[in-house]
Design a binder for this molecule. Structure first.
Ligand SMILES: NC(=O)C1=CN([C@@H]2O[C@H](COP(=O)(O)OP(=O)(O)OC[C@H]3O[C@@H](n4cnc5c(N)ncnc54)[C@H](OP(=O)(O)O)[C@@H]3O)[C@@H](O)[C@H]2O)C=CC1
Ligand SMILES: O=C(O)C1=N[C@H](C(=O)O)C[C@H](O)C1
Length: 245
């Protein structure tokens, strides 16, 4: 596959370049700010032949990215987090295929399933979500924390409400889920879902030890989406193809 990396000059973009170089695919071009050949700050300047786009960038680039992809009918893997609304992505997915996930690691997507099951099984337990990331991360809480909230909320028939960074003088409501973001150093990404019962606590934690796991997951997603013609997919669709064999 000839791949366009959106956010090629960023931390994840650079890891993805190395991951693609170690595969049988090719980095055809990138979006970012650089004087290097084949790197552009405007999608209109991309003239290379592109089979698939992988996006690790910023919500600011979502509209131009989707305009480019839908006009040229190029499949897209979106990994960028901090996107407020799914409206544009839903609309674009009717014209070109899109995979969207806040986390492309294998373990987080298993954690998502576990968290939903535990939430459904331990109906009376209080649930809190904690995420820790490096000091360069801009969005909070993480895209993964949002995914994990949706998972535990599904387990309780969507009766839970999120309380971001709890503060003030009010006791915890039984249906609230506190979501807490820690930022510091070079932490790649740690997510914990804690279930508090009477006299017992169950913690489910995923720790990422490298950014490469996200790059590899996004490349698997690209291999999956490049064969599709339209529609919105998530990592579960890819897990079924790649890990259930
Ligand atoms: N879903 C997943 O599995 C994962 C998702 N992420 C997400 O990926 C995103 C990127 O993360 P990270 O690489 O750490 O961030 P960085 O800040 O290191 O990189 C951001 C990239 O986007 C580019 N960019 C941003 N705005 C513009 C713009 N207006 N025009 C052109 N280029 C732009 C930057 O270009 P330049 O610096 O040249 O201006 C840079 O290449 C984040 O949303 C993060 O949460 C991260 C890891 C895993
Ligand atoms: O910005 C990051 O680094 C990460 N972002 C994703 C998120 O917001 O959940 C995934 C991963 O945790 C790393």
């Amino acid at each position: 596959m000839n791949i366009l990396i959106v956010g090629i000059t960023g931390q994840m973009g650079q890891v993805l370049v190395k991951t693609i170089e170690d595969s049988n695919h090719t980095v055809a071009a990138g979006i970012g700010h650089s004087n290097e050949d084949h790197i552009y700050d405007d999608f209109n300047d991309v003239t290379e032949n592109i089979d698939v786009i992988i996006d690790f960038s910023s919500p600011d680039l979502l509209s131009p990215l989707l305009d480019f992809a839908t006009t040229k009918k190029i499949p897209v893997v979106i990994a960028t987090t901090g996107i407020d609304s799914m409206e544009e992505i839903n609309k674009a997915s009717k014209e070109t295929p899109i995979v969207y996930a806040g986390n492309y690691s294998l373990g987080i997507n298993i954690l998502e399933k576990l968290a939903e099951t535990v939430s459904r099984t331990l109906q009376n337990f209080d649930i809190e979500i904690t995420e820790t990331h490096h000091n360069k991360k801009k969005d909070a809480p993480s895209g993964t924390a949002h995914m994990l909230f949706d998972a535990v909320n599904n387990g309780r028939d969507n009766t839970l409400s999120a309380n971001y960074g709890r503060e003030g003088m009010a006791k915890r409501e039984s249906n609230e889920v506190g979501i807490h973001a820690l930022r510091g150093g070079t932490v790649v990404g740690t997510h914990t879902v804690t279930f508090f019962g009477e006299d017992e606590v169950l913690e489910l934690t995923h720790t990422a030890y490298s950014k490469r796991i996200f790059a590899e997951g996004s490349l698997k997603a690209a291999e999956f989406i490049v064969t599709k013609t339209q529609g919105l997919y998530d990592v579960n669709d890819i897990l079924e193809v790649n890990y259930n064999e």
